[in-house]
Design a protein around this ligand. Structure first.
Ligand SMILES: C[S@@+](CC[C@H](N)C(=O)[O-])C[C@H]1O[C@@H](n2cnc3c(N)ncnc32)[C@H](O)[C@@H]1O
Length: 237
């Protein structure tokens, strides 16, 4: 995907994820060496949910983080702007007979939910893809949360330790596109992945963006040698 801005960036991202949807899960688990399961559990744990909680998973893709949340929450809603991704999430929910979870097609910059509704809001590896309208998306996450509701966001990060940064850069820049080309038939999504990680905010900068839309108790935890950051915050009561 060539560098784009605004609306054309959004439609290019939508098209790319639509075409990747049917191979997305195998790519995801393979590329993270299976570590993504633990990251998702850590994200849900940080929401400190009670049994009757309602959770929203933003840009849910094929729904894995929503399924993780559904194990602890009473109801979980997931949405994504890719109909192909949502189709797979719905199929997985039916096949796995997962109760209390629902999916719909929607856009992160205009969420179809009322104010002060959810006890927790999550999102994994989607924020880089909404970077041109990040303020709007974070403001929407804040709006739909109840007072005292918590947000948990996973995103890639550049490791702080130089040798790890170098090795991770090599993995994402060179190794992943080669293996990815065999897996999904094109290196383009992996080149995009590499570029979007390079151009992404530092965890400190992202924390600032969370504070800017009104979140309190903002912080982050580095995971997997700093290649991933788990960001969190609370909507003030
Ligand atoms: C890297 S995938 C992550 C999917 C999922 N959260 C996961 O962890 O597997 C990014 C997802 O963001 C979705 N997405 C990107 N921009 C979006 C937007 N503006 N509104 C809704 N979904 C969006 C894509 O369709 C894609 O499914």
């Amino acid at each position: 995907m060539a560098a784009k801005t605004g609306g054309s960036f959004t439609s290019a991202v939508q098209e790319m994820f639509g075409s990747l949807a049917h191979r997305y899960d195998s790519f995801n688990h393979w590329a993270s060496l299976g570590l993504d399961y633990g990251w998702r559990r850590a994200a849900v744990r940080s929401l400190q949910l009670s049994d009757d909680a309602m959770v929203l998973d933003v840009a849910t893709g094929t729904g894995d983080l929503a399924f993780t949340a559904a194990r602890q929450a009473s109801r979980t809603a997931g949405f994504d702007f890719s109909p192909q991704m949502i189709e797979i999430a719905v199929h997985k929910a039916q096949k796995g007979k997962v109760a209390g979870v629902s999916f719909q097609v929607a856009r992160a910059e205009q969420m179809p939910y009322g104010d002060d509704f959810f006890h927790g809001a999550t999102s994994a590896f989607a924020m880089r893809n909404v970077k041109p309208m990040l303020g709007e998306v974070l403001a929407e996450m804040h709006r739909v949360l109840r007072p005292d509701g918590r947000v948990a966001i996973l995103e890639f990060s550049r490791p702080p330790v130089a040798p790890v940064r170098w090795a991770h850069g090599l993995y994402v820049r060179s190794i992943m596109p080669r293996i990815g080309r065999r897996l999904v038939g094109s290196a383009e999504p992996f080149e995009y992945l590499h570029r979007s990680i390079e151009e992404w905010l530092s965890p400190e900068e992202f924390a600032e963006r969370l504070r800017a839309v009104g979140f309190a108790e903002v912080g982050y935890r580095r995971l997997a040698l700093g290649t991933v950051a788990l960001h969190f915050g609370r909507k003030e009561g």
